[in-house]
Design a protein around this ligand. Structure first.
Ligand code: ZN
Length: 98
């Protein structure tokens, strides 16, 4: 008799530092992927559907959507000065009469 099934395995894709919204401080994180695996005799053999990925704070262990990393980039970009200080379509000054 063959014992088969599936289980979820977690794989660390990377890590770095981010602003943790729970600690409210700069922390290090793990970028983790969760995926279903087909198992035979409890040994994972075939990777199946990816269940998703998340970011885990190494300090408070909270799991967050990876969007939190993208939000950090948007915040940094918002500090850049706006391109072009003149409003488009502004009327030209009237020509001076001779
Ligand atoms: Zn945290």
């Amino acid at each position: 008799m063959i014992v088969f099934g599936w289980k979820v395995r977690f794989k660390t894709l990377g890590g770095g530092s981010f602003q943790c919204p729970v600690c409210n401080a700069p922390r290090t994180y793990d970028h983790v992927e969760a995926r279903n695996w087909f198992t035979i005799f409890f040994i994972p053999l075939i990777p199946l559907k990816r269940k998703g990925e998340y970011v885990r704070c190494q300090t408070c262990q909270v799991t967050l959507d990876p969007v939190v990393l993208q939000n950090r980039g948007i915040e940094q970009a918002s500090f850049a000065p706006p391109a072009g200080s003149l409003a488009p379509g502004s009327p030209l000054p009237p020509p001076s009469a001779p």
